[in-house]
Write a protein that binds this ligand. Sequence first.
Ligand SMILES: Nc1ncnc2c1ncn2[C@@H]1O[C@H](COP(=O)(O)OP(=O)(O)O)[C@@H](O)[C@H]1O
Ligand SMILES: [Mg+2]
Length: 366
Amino acid sequence: MYSIARPIENRPYCQDCHKQGKTIAYLDVDVSLTPAERAFYTGSFHIIMLSVLIVILLVSGFYYLFNRFINSPVQSFISALDKVKAGNMNIRLPAKKKDEFGILEQHFNHMVNTVEQSHKKIEEMHIEQLQRADKLVTLGELAAEMAHEINNPAAVIMTRADYLRLELDKQRNGNTSHYLEDLDVILSQTDKISKITSSMLKYSKKLPKDFKKINIFKLIDESIRILEPRLKKKNIYVNKEYQCKYDCQEAIVYGDETQIDQMLTNIINNAIDAMEVNGILTIKVECLSNYNVRLSIADNGCGIDEKAKGNIFSPFFTTKGHKNGTGLGLYIVKNICKNHNAEIICSSAPDQGTTFTITFNGANNR
Ligand SMILES: Nc1ncnc2c1ncn2[C@@H]1O[C@H](COP(=O)(O)OP(=O)(O)O)[C@@H](O)[C@H]1O
Ligand SMILES: [Mg+2]
């Protein structure tokens, strides 16, 4: 049966008889379906039901296949990666399949093998380094002790040689003059020994840190005052520049006064060595923020070539010959910077002068 019901509206021409209301009646038509029509509607219902069933089956099938062949291998891959990330190097994947996942699993196993081997190597190196560091500490202590032990006999040799030199000088004649030359050699070489041992001693004493607020201008002035005889001898002009990026009156760094003083002296001494007469030494201080100070010491001396630049911070590296250099100055400077968490950069080229820039980042030391 097919039925349709429709309202009959109250139009103006109906209103002669039907005075009120919007709808005056309902037209209800009932038509009974023919067998063909009935078959059509039942067939359509079956087709719809079948389609729904097929869609459900297809979705479930896809879900199952996706889960079995994509999701599950990806999940096990992710969990294996997580375990490796957590440090478990014993994880391996089956890598039996011939598909892309099989290849991926092979690569994963290879990667874990490599990481495991590198891990082992790093661990071995770490243990080796710890042992070496231990040996170095002992060697350092031994060296400091030796420096102390050598210093005393060196001082005695120097005093005696000096005395002999004075005596020989008093009785100077043709026969003794070459002895005087020999004594000069003894004196200069003993002086070198004493310079090296006192640097070593000074360095070995550096460790106790006495960190406090330091006015860097005051330290620079003091270093320049101490080195004045050397500066005057070469008629070197000292140019001081000061820049402040924020409103401060003094450049304050947080550090150990003795160590920073030693650092300034070592760098300025090298600058004096590098310059001819009438050279210019420029000391620039920039305050970047609180305790964050950039200090640069520049000279217009002989400069450093690329090859030497790679070695200047190494202990005992010197280009000044064994008579004049110990090669410990910049090694000590580098270690003082390390102690202060400061960065040191050297920019130099032959005949272009040299600039050492040290940036104190005091915030980390407070
Ligand atoms: N301002 C500079 N100009 C040119 N060379 C420098 C300067 N500072 C350091 N050097 C080079 O670095 C080397 C190492 O310096 P340092 O460790 O102080 O030892 P030393 O002064 O006893 O040679 C010096 O021999 C020199 O070649
Ligand atoms: Mg030096």
